[in-house]
Write a protein that binds this ligand. Structure first.
Ligand SMILES: C[S@@+](CC[C@H](N)C(=O)[O-])C[C@H]1O[C@@H](n2cnc3c(N)ncnc32)[C@H](O)[C@@H]1O
Length: 327
């Protein structure tokens, strides 16, 4: 028998995060569900209601979840998937789609911390919200995510969020000088702006999606940010930015709309300021995507360029750091 911490379902994520932080979550077993309660397997003494249960073995992370599938399904199931909080996210080929339920169930059972598995049909519409359909486990797409020692919560059905940008958020935050004014023009649930504000920036964030504000404010609270160092505006960046004054740094993470934003973003910079522009580019294309050099003119130069992550077989997400000249 294995001791388990019994918690209300609503408190399950908080409890899991605490147990993980304190090294008390047993790595060899997975969570169990009992009505409105979740039972976390313990590797040591924890405070709270402890119950004894036969442990349900978790396959170790890193082992291929497809091992539980038939050889035919194993061929169709993708090896790679994303994990965001308690949600596993699968992208399926047309051939795999009819077998989504079996593939998702195998994934759900292979990882201790997964409670939901959803199939992803890509980001859609003006607000770039991911089209997700839950095919196994709990019908709950509100996730808690930790990165860079910060905590974020988001409803994946309402607002865009990608954990694959955590490294970029840390990079930008490391560049922040205390008290600098930073604009996050396409903020989503606020991870760039919040990470920068925690590093000492006076952050201003904008997003056009009317659902974003609630999550941004919640994430500010989770990360102990006061309104003195953070403000948020709902609206279109191209309309709002010219009215918000000037900035030492502008983050434009809207890969399908950033080219059109270059002139507005550069105009909002103080001399010597930097615009971090995220773009989808063809991997075989020359270093500077078409249209960027023209938009820079004599006004700004490229001070950095790096791949953030591969996006699709022929394309990648790239960030250009554009420096506004001093005179
Ligand atoms: C790729 S997401 C980036 C979100 C965020 N920066 C992050 O890292 O999670 C782009 C965001 O831009 C917002 N957006 C799209 N068009 C916009 C516009 N014209 N003005 C302001 N926000 C816009 C979308 O709602 C979405 O949240």
């Amino acid at each position: 028998m294995i001791p388990h911490l019994k918690v209300q379902r609503a408190d399950a994520e908080t409890a899991r995060a605490r147990l993980e932080r304190e090294g008390l979550l047993h790595p060899d077993f997975r969570a169990q569900h009992d009505g409105d309660f979740v039972l976390w397997p313990l590797a040591g003494a924890a405070e709270g209601e402890i119950v004894q249960r036969k442990g349900r073995p978790a396959r170790s992370v890193g082992r291929d979840y497809r091992d539980a599938l038939s050889p035919e399904l194993r061929e169709l199931a993708p090896r790679a998937f994303d994990m965001l909080g308690h949600v596993g996210i699968l992208r399926l080929s047309d051939e795999a789609e009819p077998h989504a339920a079996a593939i998702a169930q195998a994934l759900l059972e292979s990882h201790a911390n997964l409670r939901t598995v959803a199939v992803d049909s890509g980001v859609q519409g003006q607000w770039r919200v991911r089209y997700l359909v839950v095919v196994a486990g709990e019908d709950n797409l509100v996730v808690q995510h930790r990165e860079n020692n910060l905590r974020f919560e988001v409803d994946l059905q309402q607002v865009f969020f990608s954990p694959r940008l955590a490294g970029e958020r840390a990079r930008i935050a490391a560049l922040v000088r205390p008290g600098e004014r930073l604009l996050d023009a396409f903020a989503g649930v606020g991870p760039f702006a919040i990470t920068a504000a925690r590093a000492g920036a006076q952050a201003v964030a904008i997003d056009g999606n009317p659902a974003a504000e609630k999550w941004v404010l919640r994430n500010c609270e989770f990360n102990n940010l006061s309104y003195e160092s953070f403000e948020f505006h709902t609206g279109l960046a191209e309309e709002l930015v010219p009215r918000l004054g000037s900035f030492d740094r502008v983050v434009a993470n809207h890969p399908t709309g950033s080219l059109a934003f270059i002139a507005t973003g550069l105009a909002a910079l103080t001399p010597g300021g930097v615009l971090h522009l995220y773009l989808l580019v063809d991997r075989k294309a020359p270093e500077l995507p078409i249209g960027v050099a023209e938009a820079l003119g004599d006004f700004a130069s490229v001070s950095g360029s790096r791949m953030v992550h591969p996006y699709s077989p022929g394309r990648e997400l790239r960030v250009l750091d554009l420096l506004r000249k001093s005179s």
